[in-house]
Design a binder for this molecule. Structure first.
Ligand code: UFG
Length: 327
């Protein structure tokens, strides 16, 4: 069976990717330093504990498994933290990725699927973004991801490395079978924080800013179900294995929801009250981030079937209540 090296396979999106890779007939080999991931989330293939900066360890793992491709999820990904500690983001995300890309090229593993972000676009309020929209990252997180995209382009010219770059919008939800799900420590994302609040684990959700220029004053995001998102990665892998070459795809749904709308849907899905208070804006937040997914749909054949707020909140809620969520 063919192996795929999954960096960050012990994390939220990476663990879901491992599940669908296994279902697609691959052996997902997780490479993760467990700094933010969880060993017990690695359920679908082997775990190789290691750091992206450890080139010798990476070389050994490439030699052991001879993977046909890399899926690179491992990264720090909190916008607020990136504003406070930019060096941490540049070092881990850019330098770590460079080490990985060099190791992959040296091993002749030339198919690379990269987890990028809509944060590369910055704040372009009013625009439905597409892959050709201007790149104007607002913070070190988005800027470091954008820089890695450029590194990949350079390694195509030098080594023939082919990459599929996915720019994610707001990933949410969980495996509907609740084998894996979202668990960040600390948690900063809207939906899991809201579910914690509903369960009484936190006193109240704070809405970050109610004076934005949107219909209800709160920020608008394009939420994508994590299972739809990782399915796109399997299609991206196939794209590369079929020799179709490097390509960038946005993964959004074209529909945005405000923070207040997410709260309303959560109340409806869980049938429980969501205690919240209104607070100031969070630094680094864009007003509105929404993308069309035309390219992914027409070229990859991607169908984001589960990306309704009901399904995302419902699956996250099931995961929260599954007992696996507590660690
Ligand atoms: N929000 C609140 N209260 C909270 C948490 C979030 O009001 O307690 C709001 C945020 O201000 C934002 C929305 O809910 O308007 C969604 O926030 P998240 O933290 O869930 O997600 P972000 O949009 O900040 O971040 C996501 C990804 C990042 C990525 C970013 C791009 O998690 O990795 O999109 O802007 F960089």
């Amino acid at each position: 069976m063919e192996h795929v090296l999954v960096t960050g396979g012990a994390g939220y999106i990476g663990s879901h990717a491992c599940k669908v890779l296994k279902a697609a007939g691959y052996v997902p080999v997780t490479y993760d330093n467990l700094s933010t991931g969880w060993a017990d989330a690695v359920k679908f293939g082997p775990l190789e504990q290691g750091d992206l900066a450890d080139r010798a360890r990476l070389d050994a793992v490439f030699a052991t498994y001879a993977p046909v491709a890399v899926m690179h999820f491992a990264a720090f990904s909190q916008v607020g933290e990136a504003m406070r500690e930019p060096g941490k983001y540049w070092r881990n995300n850019l330098c770590g990725s460079l080490s990985l890309i060099e190791a992959a090229a040296a091993a002749g593993c030339l198919n690379f699927v990269f987890s990028s972000t809509c944060a590369t676009y910055g704040d372009q309020d009013g625009v439905v973004l597409d892959e050709d929209s201007a790149q104007m990252p607002l913070n070190a997180y988005g800027a470091s991801k954008r820089a890695i995209e450029n590194v990949l382009t350079d390694f195509e010219a030098s080594d023939g490395l082919k990459s599929v770059i996915f720019r994610y919008f707001n990933v949410a939800g969980a495996d509907p079978e609740a084998e894996v799900g979202e668990f960040h420590q600390p948690e900063t994302h809207l939906i899991p924080l809201m579910l914690d609040t509903i369960e009484g684990k936190r006193p109240a959700l704070t809405i970050f800013g109610t004076d934005y220029d949107t219909p209800d004053g709160t920020c608008i995001r394009d939420y994508v179900h994590v299972m739809d998102l990782v399915e796109a990665h399997v299609l991206g892998l196939k794209w590369l294995m079929d020799g179709k070459g490097s390509r960038v795809f946005n993964l959004g749904t074209g529909k945005g929801f405000s923070v207040r709308e997410v709260i309303e849907h959560s109340r409806a899905v869980t049938n429980m009250a969501v205690p919240y208070e209104e607070g100031p804006r969070r630094p680094g937040d864009a007003v509105r981030l929404v993308s069309g997914s035309e390219r992914a749909e027409t070229e990859l054949g991607w169908r984001p079937a589960r990306s309704t707020l009901e399904a995302m909140i419902g699956d996250a809620w099931r995961w929260h209540r599954s007992g696996h969520y507590e660690r």
